[in-house]
Write a protein that binds this ligand. Structure first.
Ligand code: HGA
Length: 607
């Protein structure tokens, strides 16, 4: 979500801070701002909306100064207005914040009772006042921060500038990521390694409760007990090259088309095609002793987890519980010690999923994570790290990270099945063979792009859309509906095809397109029966199936989209493609902001 960048530098920083924000814009685009210290004054520019608006402000009225902080906001408290935009300035200090201060109300009441005046509706501003109050009372910056941090409840990463200390930024984290970067005669801070990648590859990740005093020539890190600590300095490996769109109109489109390659790359780490074996880097984690798997994730990653439930139960015959992360912790799940808890997240920073991981750890679970950022908090806290190799995903609606997650999860299901003695070597070789076919089949699905683009207009006028599927195509139906909601702003619901008649069938009329995902195979006839029930009530159907399925059931449909004939195991990877392309083309026709849809942000670091 919100992105933070800071530089304690040896030359003007505003342009570089802006460039840093550009790299973080996908995290939030409600507003953006930069504050520097210039000749003993805090100077700030802020703008509502996308970064281009801030660029215009900076062009009209440039900022100078060699130390500064910057922020791109995804609003939680207070509308996305200029007055709520960060950095906030309170007397002698300025600060930016990612996260939520849960006890902001009593703190604000306390500060207002003392006569302090607030300029924004944010939770963040209370932190500014608390620190400013200490500094105005004569405290040194470090003492002020050490005094205030224990009063904050919630999740935060903050960066603070002190007007009277032009060579200083203090950063702190609790529940939201923060990184410090080591440069030549300059030092940096960022909400992830990507933010500081053009300036340094030498970074340290702050631990929970850490705070860092960053000066031009040194960085000191303190833990939550205010003890000076060392945190390992690592090579970030983050690319400093901006991710380009190439010949594509949108990042999302590019990322959809990258899927065959990145899925193939991901599979390379998990299968040995010549030996016909799956090969997970399980280390000393004994999968044969796993008798229950608990999967926890949010959004699209949750749907990947739902598909994995089908696979793990089918192949390994190990029961799987699955929860959305925001519910998991609070419903007091019963977890037997030694169980395997599996967390799925593109960023590896999703606040709810990370909190759920820590809850599972406290309940003596073994922790496996599927993440796309191998340096993320979840990756660092896992017993078993299963990275996807999707590369940076910039489009806010997840596409390639999702199919790479599916590739890893299929390999995990097979590995678990082998460890449980449920797979013969021939079965295993067959699974590996099917997985190896996925990239080519996804390519074949992409060949239908033009056709999908030209039928998208059938969906554009709809106010509501239903997606139906059975088996692993049921979670795909949920994902299809989510994609439509996210980027085309059409209300869509995904349903298990057999569940239609228990309620949603009442919605059917000729204004509600019903998109049916039905690869031919064991569940095909059943899904087609449900489709007929829709048709009998005047429903307009888009059938996504293979040639055989379309030949059997395509007649009378409003449209059909033909997929290659594939083994049921890889059907979700292949059927993800038309589902994504359809949402994409509908969104383009509707003229929405495909890569940065309203109200959404990538990397959801607040609960
Ligand atoms: N609560 C702060 C920061 C929001 C945030 O971190 N979003 O990711 C605000 O609303 O400004």
């Amino acid at each position: 979500m919100c992105g933070i960048v800071g530089i304690v530098g040896n030359r003007d920083v505003a342009q570089r801070l802006y460039d840093g924000l550009k790299r973080l814009e996908y995290r939030g685009y409600d507003s953006a701002g930069i504050c520097t210290i210039d000749h003993g004054k805090l100077e700030r520019r802020r703008a509502e909306g996308k970064l281009d608006n801030l660029a215009r402000e900076l062009a009209q009225d440039p900022l100078h100064g060699t130390t500064g902080i910057a922020h791109t906001r995804w609003a939680t408290h207070g509308a996305p207005t200029v007055s709520n935009a960060h950095p906030h300035i309170v007397g002698p200090i300025s600060l930016v914040h990612n996260g939520i201060i849960e006890n902001f109300k009593p703190l604000r009441d306390e500060l207002i009772a003392e006569g302090r005046k607030f300029e924004s509706e944010t939770d963040t501003e209370v932190v500014g006042h608390l620190i400013a109050r200490e500094v105005e009372g004569g405290a040194a910056p470090q003492d002020a921060v050490a005094k205030v941090l224990p009063r904050l409840i919630g999740a935060f990463a903050i960066a603070i500038l002190f007007r009277d200390h032009p060579d200083l930024i203090i950063g702190a984290r609790m529940g939201a990521p923060l990184t410090v970067g080591y440069g030549e005669d300059e030092n940096y801070l960022g909400s992830d390694a990507l933010a500081v990648a053009p300036w340094t590859q030498k970074i340290a990740y702050l631990d929970e409760g850490d705070w860092a005093v960053i000066r031009r020539d040194r960085i000191e890190i303190f833990d939550r007990e205010n003890r000076l600590v060392e945190r390992e300095i690592v090579e970030s490996g983050a690319s400093s090259a901006p991710v380009e769109k190439g010949n594509y109109r949108h990042y999302m489109q590019k990322e959809i088309f990258e899927q065959p390659i990145v899925v193939a790359q991901t599979l390379q780490s998990y299968v040995r095609p010549f030996e016909g074996e799956v090969a997970l880097p399980v280390g000393d984690l004994d999968l044969s002793s796993v008798n229950r798997v608990t999967i926890v994730a949010c959004g699209t990653s949750f749907y990947a987890g739902l598909i994995a439930k089908y696979w793990i139960e089918h192949f390994a015959r190990v029961p799987v519980d699955i929860d959305v992360a925001s519910e998991f912790r609070y419903r007091e799940p019963v977890l037997e010690a030694g169980g395997l808890a599996l967390f799925i997240s593109q960023s590896g920073e999703t606040a709810d999923t990370l909190a759920a991981l820590r809850h599972a750890r406290a309940e003596q679970q073994r922790i496996a994570v599927v993440v796309n950022v191998p340096t993320s908090s979840m990756a660092r806290e896992a017993d078993l790290l299963l990275p996807t190799h999707a590369g940076p995903e910039i489009g806010v609606a997840s596409t390639k990270a999702f199919t790479c997650q599916l590739a890893v999860l299929a390999a995990l299901a097979a590995n678990l099945a082998r460890a449980k003695g449920r797979l013969t070597p021939d079965d295993e070789a067959a699974i590996v063979g099917h997985l190896q076919e996925a990239p080519a089949a996804m390519n074949a699905a992409l060949d239908h792009d033009d056709e999908i683009a030209s039928m998208a207009h059938l969906v554009v006028p709809a106010r509501d859309v239903l997606y139906l599927g059975r088996g692993p195509e049921y979670p795909m139906a949920l994902e299809g509906a989510l994609k439509l909601k996210e980027i085309s702003y059409i209300h869509a619901e995904g349903y298990a095809a057999g569940e239609m008649k228990h309620g949603p069938i009442a919605l059917i009329d000729d204004n509600v397109p019903v998109i049916v995902l039905a690869p031919s195979g064991p569940l095909f006839e059943k899904t087609v029966s449900n489709m007929q029930e829709v048709r009998a009530r005047g429903g307009k159907i888009v059938l996504i199936s293979d040639a055989k399925g379309i030949a059997e059931a395509g007649e009378g449909c409003m449209a059909t989209i033909e997929m290659p004939q594939v083994h049921p195991l890889i059907a979700p990877l292949v059927y993800a493609v038309p589902v994504q392309l359809l949402a994409y083309h509908v969104a383009v026709l509707k003229g929405t902001d495909v890569d940065q849809p309203r109200n959404l942000a990538k990397s959801v670091t607040v609960e």
